[in-house]
Design a protein around this ligand. Structure first.
Ligand SMILES: Nc1ncnc2c1ncn2[C@@H]1O[C@H](COP(=O)(O)OP(=O)(O)OP(=O)(O)O)[C@@H](O)[C@H]1O
Length: 469
């Protein structure tokens, strides 16, 4: 139907007239009706509804999209889905009305349009429905507020504990990258704090007020990944799971999408992600219309992506797109100076027995922690401390407790705790450095010597002196 100004008053469609007669008998409670055509353009509005909407009955509304006259109308949904909305509540000013929307079909069952009826009911039997509606509205806004809080970044840069030089450099880089809006890639072993840094980048960026949405690519079954990322359009599936839902991309609109373990992303999804990054748009599953989004991607991986590019399991073009801002998080064994600070910060978060003030970790216990290689990094450190805390008879975490909480392999190193006079302490520190360098370099003496800045022969001589050869 074309948009025509109304020169004469349109008449009630025949199919509506009978129902209208019945509703008219409700008297004051019936507030009117409206009909639209198959394109959701208004074909008729009854006088009482015009009055309610505050428009003149002879206004030029015929032919206009229904939302232009009634912004929250759902009649378009009824013509598009062919499904009635038998009962609903719609607000006008400070009053709430009960509305009923039905599709109108021709004799072949084809959708011709829809009709909406409006009731205002002060009599008692609608009060429970309205009350329930208001309660649900309240619960919904509480749940939405909780969800918004949940989607805010949980950590700031100060949550990443550490004062060593590598960590200070890392934080400087994170601050710099936070101010740029491009995709970023965080690389590092498992448990090094990559997710924590992604939160921090978001929190320091102009997107801090927007959502922070995290997806662990490796944790989602491949068959569900696309729907999880890009959402599902209405009617995309005919099976049980046919509910339309938003994907993480859309949920992150205006904010940051953190893709953990991006190296595990299947090839087909990599192509879609690349397009979404390049064009800022994507198609939900089962839809042929594109959605535009404004999302910053921060990806993380503990796998060597270059190797995956070589064996063709990761797209080079996607890698170059996300690796423009690349951050390498060093493993914990490369920042052992920070272990005391990190351990103390982690202990603060471990519940302590009721009558204690707080955990106290002894210097010897910290020294013991620095002798381990930490393949699971800070996450493993937390586990070890939790184990020690669980065994502790008091608030004191001492070297014995730590030794018992470390994996058995860690305790095979017979390095004594650092104590005694200065020469003994220097000797113990040297021994510890030798063990540590060897562990970091996977037993390679040449690399360990280089790491410590001594010649190979000096290194061998020291190993011998400490009984480590
Ligand atoms: N420097 C740090 N200071 C304090 N806590 C840290 C630090 N680094 C990591 N953590 C804590 O260690 C745990 C693991 O960190 P996170 O999940 O960020 O690591 P990740 O590198 O993303 O791990 P994965 O690769 O396995 O996903 C978290 O509880 C985190 O809060």
């Amino acid at each position: 139907m074309t948009r025509t100004a109304m020169s004469h008053k349109p008449s009630v469609p025949k199919s509506v007239a009978t129902v209208l007669g019945a509703f008219n008998s409700l008297g004051e409670s019936f507030k009117g009706a409206i009909t639209v055509d198959a394109n959701a353009r208004i074909t008729w509005i009854d006088d009482r509804y015009c009055e309610l909407l505050g428009i003149a009955p002879d206004a030029a509304f015929v032919g206009q999209p229904v939302e232009q006259v009634i912004p929250h109308s759902l009649l378009r949904r009824v013509v598009e889905t062919g499904r009635p909305i038998l009962i609903d509540i719609m607000a006008f000013d400070d009053k709430q009305f009960v509305v009923c929307r039905l599709p109108l079909r021709n004799e072949h069952g084809e959708i011709q349009g829809a009709v909406g009826f409006v009731f205002y009911e002060e009599i008692d039997y609608l009060a429970p429905i309205l009350e329930k509606f208001e309660t649900m509205q309240r619960q919904l806004s509480r749940a939405q507020a909780a969800l918004t809080r949940e989607r805010q970044a949980k950590y700031s840069l100060s949550s990443f504990v550490g004062a060593s030089e590598v960590v200070r450099d890392l934080k400087t880089m994170v601050r710099r990258y936070a101010l740029r809006d491009g995709a970023a890639l965080i690389l590092g072993e498992t448990g090094t704090g990559k997710e924590l840094l992604a939160h921090a980048i978001h929190q320091q960026s102009d997107r801090a007020d927007g959502p922070f949405v995290a997806v662990n690519v490796a944790a989602i079954p491949e068959a569900l990944l696309e729907a999880e990322f890009f959402g599902v359009a209405p009617g995309a599936f005919t099976g049980a799971d046919r509910k339309p839902r938003k994907g993480k991309f859309e949920l992150a609109h205006g904010g940051t999408l953190f893709l953990d373990e991006i190296g595990d992303m299947p090839a087909a999804l990599q192509a879609k992600l690349l397009r979404a990054l390049q064009e800022g748009e994507f198609e939900p599953l089962g839809s042929n219309t594109v959605k535009k989004v404004d999302v910053r991607i921060i990806a993380a991986t503990s796998q060597p992506l270059e190797q995956k590019i070589e064996d063709k399991s990761f797209r080079a073009d996607l890698y170059y797109r996300i690796a423009v801002l690349a951050i390498h998080v060093p493993p914990l064994r490369d920042r052992l100076d920070d272990i005391g600070l990190i351990a103390e910060a982690l202990l603060e978060t471990i519940p302590r027995p009721r009558d204690q003030h707080g955990w106290v970790i002894t210097p010897e216990a910290i020294a013991q922690l620095t002798r381990y290689r930490w393949p699971g990094n800070v996450r493993e450190l937390r586990n070890v401390l939790e184990r020690a805390a669980a065994m502790a008879p008091s608030e004191l975490i001492d070297v014995g407790l730590v030794a018992r909480s470390l994996p058995r392999s860690a305790n095979t190193d017979p390095t004594p705790p650092i104590s005694g006079d200065l020469s003994e302490r220097i000797a113990a520190a040297e021994r510890s450095a030798l063990v540590e360098a060897l562990a970091t370099e996977d037993g390679s003496k040449t690399a360990a010597a280089r790491r410590l800045g001594v010649s190979r022969s000096q290194f061998y001589e020291k190993l011998k002196r400490h009984g480590l050869d």
